[in-house]
Write a protein that binds this ligand. Structure first.
Ligand SMILES: [Zn+2]
Length: 307
């Protein structure tokens, strides 16, 4: 056999090997509980990950049905990325159990909780379930502070590299790139939102503790009498009366919530209502994590500028 023929054969063999070692589908199948973590996994994994998101921005992440299609997706997942801190306590344990997927159970390498990467706010001293749908581990809505997303990105990037060691360098490079751009964006948003510092606001649900902590907004009233409980007309009247003594500058609700309580308060207290997208997809503008905060800050600044 001539040398050129031989090298030709080697080339073919090498190509055949390549075809075997590079599967047609993505390397890692990621199951994300909420859109923000799906978007983050996609940003850090690019085409190395195949991301399924269990909920949309217009669904209440506290309450999801463990549908068969979700169980099937979790059965095949290599990595489950959820908020944790009991946000999904009503549906995730059932989904995990029904999936029969040992690799993604809590404590296994394929299970990742975002809330473990940040300092939780509103951790109750004692938990009394009669106080409503209280989050015993602390407030789980960590994604409303972009600094938390930065911290989760670092940990999630490391997790992807750990699970798919063959592509570790690519995950590391993508994570470094994301983190650098994210830091710059956070600095920009913080500056844009500076006029909001100290403004008194009303929340429909206690879902914005981290947003307020970041921007220095002051929550003077909450429309839900207890977390997860729809406000009654008489309760709204009470809050309205309290706002006479302690006026607020705007009333906020998350995009997934029924806006009527916030709209009622807006009309009666004569303050602007702000629909916070809350996660990716929560408004037309919030198409990814960057535009989520572009839009959130723009909405707040517009409302805050109204005298
Ligand atoms: Zn909540």
């Amino acid at each position: 056999m001539k040398l050129s023929k031989l090298s030709e054969l080697f080339k073919l063999a090498a190509l055949a090997l390549l075809a075997i070692s590079v599967p047609a589908q993505a390397a890692l199948r990621v199951f994300a509980c909420e859109p923000e973590w799906g978007a983050l996994a996609q940003a850090l994994g690019g085409n190395l990950v195949d991301v399924t998101v269990a909920t949309t921005a217009l669904q209440d992440p506290h309450q999801i049905q463990a549908r068969p299609s979700l169980i099937a997706r979790m059965r095949n997942a290599d990595l489950v990325v959820c908020t944790g801190a009991e946000l999904e306590i009503g549906w995730l344990p059932l989904l995990l159990q029904q999936s029969g997927n040992a690799r993604v159970q809590p404590g296994q390498p394929g299970y990742f909780e975002a809330a473990r990467q940040v300092r939780l706010l509103e951790v109750p001293g004692s938990v009394d379930r009669s106080q409503g749908d209280v989050h015993a581990a602390g407030n789980p809505h960590i994604q409303t502070d972009p600094r938390n997303i930065g911290a989760v990105a670092t940990a999630l990037g490391a997790k992807l590299a750990q699970l798919d060691t063959g592509h570790a360098a690519e995950y590391q490079a993508r994570t470094a790139d994301f983190s650098q751009k994210w830091q710059q964006a956070v600095a920009r948003w913080t500056q844009q939102a500076a006029p909001l510092r100290g403004l008194p606001v009303v929340s429909q649900h206690k879902g914005f503790a981290y947003l307020y902590d970041w921007l220095g907004l002051r929550e003077v009233a909450v429309l839900e009498p207890k977390p997860g409980v729809e406000p009654s007309a008489s309760h709204l009247q009470q809050v309205l009366a309290a706002l006479k003594a302690t006026p607020a500058r705007m009333v906020l609700h998350a995009a997934y919530q029924d806006p009527r309580p916030a709209e009622w308060m807006s009309k009666n207290a004569d303050i602007p209502v702000v629909s916070i997208p809350f996660t990716v997809g929560g408004s037309d503008a919030a198409k990814d994590l960057f535009s989520l905060f572009d839009d959130t800050v723009a909405r707040l600044v517009t409302a805050g500028a109204r005298k």
